[in-house]
Design a binder for this molecule. Sequence first.
Ligand code: AMP
Ligand code: MG
Length: 332
Amino acid sequence: MGLIKPTNIGTDIFKAAEFLRNNETVAIPTETVYGLAANALNEEAVAKIFEVKNRPFFDPLIVHIKNVSQISLYARDVPNLALQLAEEFWPGPLTLVLKKQGIVPDLVTSGGDTVALRMPNNEMTLELLNKLDFPLAAPSANPFTYVSPTSAAHVLDQLDGKIPYILDGGNCQVGIESTIVRVLEDTIEILRPGGISEDALRDFLPDVNVVEFQEITSSPISAPGQLEHHYSPFCKLYPAEIYSQLNVSIDAVIYWSKDSKKKSNSTMEAFYLTEDGNFLEGSKNLFALLRRLDKENFNNVLFEWAPNENLGVAINDRLKRASAKRVSIIKD
Ligand code: AMP
Ligand code: MG
């Protein structure tokens, strides 16, 4: 990294726009998680995202756009199905993977011929996009493989001195990343579960083939962004069902609901993700709780899975990756 510069936090959309026009990075609020944004059409600006995050170049970025009609500026041969999805779910946590237009730099797509597009549902960020004449490439605003930030304070915790500005839009309302789908003529393939559930897609398009998210079995390198170990706090997480096989001392438990916490007779320190099992509440709380465990120096934490339906599928995907064995994927 270059010189350490002060990082300011504020709500000044003009200031954020000015930094972005000067090819700087700015952290932006979205309904999913905070993004680390830069001009998606400028390679010098996009390179700074990878540098700040220490992100490998094989992991492509999502391009954030201001409305549905911008899709055709950055994607070509857009299936009608993709437009229907955008009309229904945007602004919102659904990312569409489409064939890219030449104007999108290779750095954004990791050299691939597809681009991931999304219109985020956050008033400040939409206002910002409307002031700019370029779209924003923005992955989550955290060091690569760590837990995504869901507040401006989370971003500052790790990127202080590395970026000039954090646009503060409060706490993220969904709290986990977008659902990423590849859209073909008559099929939707879920590449990453996220803030729009598979059921919501099926309910909207009952006649369309929705291919459910496939667990990763291939090597991390061939599956960009879908690394087995990701979204991980420093403390070690273990699913509750392997408790009896562990030979480490557990210092806390994360329950799915307050109710399941009550039912247990454990004397360990306990946290819960939801009061009474509301999925959106659970997704909103997940990353903030994982960060809190690190701040409070917990070492070994058990967790209970969410029910594997609705947003519980995405929550369990994040819990699975957060608890996966760390694999070395970057050679130094
Ligand atoms: P992040 O914003 O940090 O959650 O990361 C963005 C994720 O979007 C990447 O890790 C990829 O999994 C996914 N992504 C971005 N572009 C593409 C693409 N062209 N094809 C498939 N996945 C993509
Ligand atoms: Mg990320």
